[in-house]
Design a protein around this ligand. Structure first.
Ligand code: NAD
Length: 480
């Protein structure tokens, strides 16, 4: 089955936008290699909302079991086609094939989870104060959902939204990132094959995201926005959503602390850090951004860590044995370069790597930056690149205060063998998720999401379904 699509999927059809415009999607491993994708305008965005609106009554009135069956079929097709989907992802996003495949399987796990969870959208009975009354609640789908997703996880960020939305009985219009629209189209082709009725699952390919957002925000029929992306854009969308009080879920940026206490198992901490820092070339919202190492174990830890980092192989994601692919574009490389310069100007030391593999290349050396301090921009901003910024510490209270000194609150990590400390530190860290002796925290069964400026709402787990359901309370009177 051919999953290489280059046009939007609206109302069950692969559509040619009326204006006939196209935009380029670069292969970051070889920016000369481009794919042309059809560029939607206002008309296609409106058509997609119409389609989702028209499909809503029939989809929401199917039984949860029936919706779950279609989702299960979609899940199986995604797994059957994981090699093809991974190849599409590596081509447009750059991550190594093995990692891309990992993302497809991880993304699919949300479809399975919510296919099963669909039948558990329970309501409740509430003891009423008067004997002649009965109070009950039911949960109903929110309605038409608009989803906007980023380029760093082009497949999983879609299934994390679409699966619970569809399971709940909502219909959806998805706008993937203009950098990575083809992974979304591959998923749409499989949704079609799985028997998703026309209009239930729509994908808009568009180079100007504001055209899409203007359409959805000016249409009252869109009842929910689910967004994953930067905090900056999330704030703007939240403001716009207030015009018609749309329900919102926001999965935004992070600035995760990764703390290694003096009693940590160093080998485990190093392998956890390799995962939390270098997965997806550091381009993850949950990436370890500020790495705090206790003075007592600093030298031992850094020795082990450097050995591992030195062994990382950088190259095109299609080459076997590659651990790190390219950064997404030149803007990302420039940002990493500027962060390094700012840190070095303020006293940090680059002790490994520190530059692009070649001039003007999107491949960046795995980098270790020591002597970091709170005055540096690496402390304040998401690095989004393969740079491990290291801070040395001695004092527990000071380091916990430092870890929380950020407006972000997505993920935190720490390593310690002390049970009491594990409880206290986990409770004190201001983030929606905490990895305790673990550098990888995402799973379909667990609630993923942030606090503070990292977002609103949760994806995955039983809470993930709530985001797409409204509670209706019914008061029955005159029983006696
Ligand atoms: P981005 O905010 O630039 O873009 C995200 C999406 O929003 C894209 O589809 C883009 O086209 C769209 N967009 C941009 N401006 C818009 C506008 N004015 N109106 C409507 N849509 C608009 O983010 P990005 O660079 O694609 O992704 C990286 C960011 O995403 C990082 O900050 C990262 O931390 C965050 N992220 C968060 C999570 C999470 O679960 N919390 C997961 C992955 C990525």
């Amino acid at each position: 089955m051919n999953l290489q699509k280059n046009r939007p999927f609206i109302n069950g059809k692969w559509v040619n936008p009326t204006k006939g415009k196209k935009f380029n999607v670069d292969n970051p491993a070889d920016p000369g290699e481009q794919t042309l994708v059809m560029d939607c305008g206002v008309e296609e965005c409106k058509n997609a909302v119409d389609a989702a609106h028209n499909a809503l009554p029939a989809w929401s009135s199917k039984s949860a079991t029936e919706r779950g069956e279609i989702l299960k079929k979609w899940y199986e097709l995604i797994l059957e086609n994981q090699d093809k989907l991974a190849a599409i992802m590596t081509e447009e996003q750059g991550k190594p094939l093995a990692e891309a495949k990992g993302e497809i399987v991880y993304g699919a796990s949300f479809v399975k989870w919510f296919a099963e969870e669909a039948v558990r959208a329970y309501g409740e009975t509430i003891p009423a104060p008067a004997s002649a009354s009965r109070f009950i609640t039911i949960r109903q789908p929110v309605g038409v959902v608009a989803a906007i997703t980023p380029w760093n996880f082009p497949s999983a960020m879609i299934t994390r939204k679409a699966a619970p939305a569809l399971a709940a009985g909502c219909t959806i219009v998805i706008k993937p990132s203009e950098e990575t629209p083809m992974s979304a189209l591959g998923l749409a082709a499989l949704a079609e094959k799985a028997g998703m009725p026309p209009g239930v699952f729509n994908v808009i390919t568009i180079s100007d995201p504001t055209v899409f957002s203007e359409v959805i925000f000016s249409d009252d029929r869109v009842r929910k926005l689910s967004f994953t992306g930067s905090t900056q854009v999330g704030k703007r969308l939240m403001e716009a959503a207030s015009q018609s009080i749309k329900k919102i879920s926001l999965e935004l940026g992070g600035n995760a602390p990764f703390i290694v206490f003096e009693d940590a198992d160093l080998k485990r901490a190093v392998s956890g850090l390799m995962m939390a820092k270098f997965r997806n070339c550091g381009q993850a919202c949950t990436a370890a951004n500020r790495i705090y190492i206790h003075s007592d174990i600093y030298d031992d830890f850094m020795k082990l860590f450097k050995e591992k980092v030195k062994n990382l192989k950088v190259g095109p994601g299609t080459q076997s044995g590659v651990n790190l692919g390219p950064l997404i574009n030149q803007k990302a490389v420039k940002k990493v370069r500027q962060l390094l310069k700012d840190a070095v100007d303020k006293g940090a030391r680059v002790t490994l790597g520190g530059k692009e593999m070649e001039k003007d290349s999107l491949f960046f050396q795995p980098t270790i930056l020591e002597n970091c301090t709170e005055e540096m921009n690496v402390f304040k901003e998401e690095i989004f690149g393969p740079v491990a910024a290291i801070y040395r510490f001695d004092d527990y209270d000071k380091i916990m205060a430092s870890a929380n000194r950020t407006p972000y609150g997505l993920a935190s990590y720490f390593y310690s063998a002390d049970v009491a400390r594990c409880w206290l530190a986990a409770e004190a860290l201001e983030s929606g998720m905490v990895g305790i002796n673990s550098g990888f925290i995402s799973d379909a069964s667990a609630p993923f999401g942030g606090i503070k400026e990292s977002g609103i709402g949760r994806e995955g787990s039983r809470y993930g379904l709530d985001e797409y359901l409204e509670i209706k309370y019914m008061s029955f009177g005159g029983i006696k």
